[in-house]
Write a protein of this length. Structure first.
Length: 117
């Protein structure tokens, strides 16, 4: 099982980034996918979730209207489009997979996002 995040980096306030998470080793289409983040000195926070099947996406209030989660089941990849970035979005962003049918839950290694001028 592997979840490999990419796309992080340094961006100025107001800028955009797109994170990607490439999955392998499990039936991607049967898993809800989420992005979490952890800022220095803080706990891990759920940012956005996209279900495995038909259903609505969910977002943390702090990112609603700015971030968009999407998935491509053919490519086994989940994305997080982040617009209008703020310094408080600075964190390590983690990809998470949760099985629809079992307790299987997997994490990626994280990718750093830094929003600073």
């Amino acid at each position: 099982v592997r979840l490999v995040e990419s796309g992080g980096g340094l961006v100025q306030p107001g800028g955009s980034l797109r994170l990607s998470c490439a999955a392998s080793g499990f039936p991607f289409g049967s898993y809800a996918m989420s992005w979490y983040r952890q800022a220095p000195g803080k706990g891990r926070e759920l940012v956005a979730t996209i279900p495995s099947a038909v259903g609505s996406t969910n977002y943390a209030d702090s990112v609603k209207g700015r971030f968009t989660i999407s998935r491509d089941n053919a490519k086994k990849t989940v994305y997080l489009q982040m617009n209008s970035l703020k310094p408080e979005d600075t964190a390590v962003y983690y990809c998470n997979a949760q099985s629809r049918w079992s307790a299987n839950n997997y994490w990626g290694q994280g990718t750093q996002v830094t929003v600073s001028s």
